[in-house]
Design a protein around this ligand. Structure first.
Ligand SMILES: [Zn+2]
Length: 489
């Protein structure tokens, strides 16, 4: 099948409002047929493009002894080596600012985005003009799948900054012809003002993070407002945090606002494309495999796992010319299924959303932090014992990084405060603001597992406790690193 690549879309196209699908044929196609007729040809074109135009991939694949024409099936594709976040960072240091996979001239660059870079060097995202069009198309058709229509007004309650999520929602909203209400977030007093505006304007769609929506609801209730009666949201969709896929959180949001709660989002490197999202039936996120090809792989064997099993997410852009990610190891853990969804779409789904991490990474104030990096610093200072804990909490809306460590038994107690200062100072030079708490030698339980040394009390990956009552401490401060993030003041 001959395909046009990169895909060109008709900006004036819209389905009729009562149509469930944006493109019925593609969305309901037999999955094998779609793989053969659409996904594989797009993938091959994307590989060809990357090999010809992007030194980053040419070098990488030559080293692995692979050429794009070796890839004749999706099974062959599994020979392509993964791309990890660190590689991108290193490449951008060698070829600043965008690295050797930009692919478009500066003149053809529509946008520069990036991570906030409070730890280490920020990652720069360059997005070409053609890609911007395709991003809008992807957002529009996936938003259509959960019910957004032209007559809707979309409140976008997240940062308009280097963070992508808000801009993607805006691009999709405009492409779909709905009314955008790009309120933003993060400015002092903005939450209070947003409540007034919501009451007046009555937007029908909400976009932000789950925790921010619940934070706003708390504020509204404190002012005597009833979010389900005074606002009138029909659909609330989220990214940036896994909460919207957690049943108890979903229930809480739906009961609070009276609209349906939709989980969306993958990871920052992929995110300008919305390619993972729930449909109106909320049976887990559909993976729109013809936009971004997602694989779930076994973290040990690195092989694709069958449907019904758990694996680590790996993503590949299929229509991106600027900084495409090809087999990007996102490192999130999920389970995927291919049983029928009442909506009739035949894309596989993540019935439990994203619910964990495959490595020792966690996100604090929007930055990726590795427990092993903190471990290195602790172990590099004489006088510290081997055991430590990292405890992440939220004070109001800011993430706090707390480190508990022990001196070795031979350290004079009078010198312990010095150790604390030393550790905080060393971590600071790594860009990490921490509170170090010194415990008596032998206080911490010994563990072999790095993961157990990290205690995330923000409950991002857990059921949000029904008893916790207040969500005042919920929103992430600067969640650039995840797909999809959010907002707060
Ligand atoms: Zn569905």
């Amino acid at each position: 099948m001959l395909i046009e690549w990169p895909t060109k879309y008709d900006r004036s196209y819209l389905p009729t409002p009562d149509s469930r699908y944006w493109n019925q044929e593609l969305e309901t196609m037999d999955p094998e047929e779609r793989e053969k007729k659409v996904i594989l040809p797009k993938l091959q074109a994307q590989l060809e493009y990357a090999y010809e135009k992007l030194p980053f991939y040419k070098k990488k694949w030559e080293k692995a002894g692979i050429r794009p024409d070796d890839i004749r099936s999706l099974e062959d594709f599994e020979q392509i080596p993964f791309v990890v976040k660190d590689e991108i960072r290193r490449d951008q240091m060698e070829v600043p600012p965008f690295g050797s996979n930009l692919g478009v001239s500066r003149k053809d660059l529509a946008r520069v985005h990036g991570t906030s870079g409070t730890t280490g060097k920020p990652t720069a995202f360059g997005v070409g003009k053609g890609d911007m069009e395709r991003i809008a198309e992807a957002h529009a058709k996936t938003m259509w799948s959960f019910g957004v229509r032209e007559e809707d007004t979309m409140f976008i309650g997240s940062f308009f900054s280097l963070y992508w999520g808000s801009w993607g929602a805006l691009a999709g909203c405009e492409r779909l012809g709905a009314t955008a209400f790009p309120f933003g977030a993060g400015v002092a007093g903005q939450s209070d003002r947003s409540l007034e505006w919501m009451k007046e304007v009555k937007p029908t769609i909400f976009y932000g993070t789950p925790s921010y929506s619940l934070y706003l609801a708390e504020k509204a209730k404190a002012k005597g407002l009833n979010p389900s009666k005074d606002f009138g949201f029909r659909i609330l969709f989220f990214s940036g945090e896994p909460g919207a896929g957690v049943p108890s959180t979903k229930r809480r949001i739906e009961e609070t606002y009276g609209g349906i709660c939709i989980d969306t989002g993958s990871t920052a490197e992929m995110t300008p494309w919305m390619s993972s999202c729930e449909c109106e039936y909320r049976q887990g996120m559909h993976l729109w495999q013809d936009l971004v090809y997602a694989e779930l792989v076994d973290p040990k064997t690195k092989k694709r796992v069958p449907y019904g099993e758990e694996g680590v997410t790996v993503y590949t852009h299929l229509e991106r010319t600027s900084q495409p990610m090809i087999r990007f190891w996102a490192g999130d853990i999920s389970i995927w299924v291919d049983d029928p969804c009442p909506c009739g779409r035949t894309y596989p789904r993540l019935p439990k959303g994203i619910y964990g991490r495959a490595d020792d990474m966690f996100v604090v104030r929007g930055e990726n932090v590795y427990a092993s990096a903190i471990e290195d610093v602790i172990r590099g200072i004489r006088g510290f014992g081997d055991e430590f804990r990292i405890i992440i909490t939220r004070e109001k809306i800011m993430d706090e990084l707390n480190v508990q460590a022990e001196p070795t038994p031979d350290v004079d107690p009078a010198h312990v405060p010095e150790l604390k200062v030393k550790l905080e100072g060393r971590l600071k030079t790594q860009g990490l603001r921490t509170n170090v708490q010194m415990l008596d030698p032998g206080t911490l339980e010994r563990t072999e597992f790095k993961a157990k040394r990290v205690i995330d009390k923000r409950n991002l990956y857990e059921e949000i406790s029904e008893q916790s009552g207040s969500f005042l401490n919920a929103p992430t401060a600067h969640p650039e690193e995840r797909s999809d993030e959010g907002s707060q003041e």
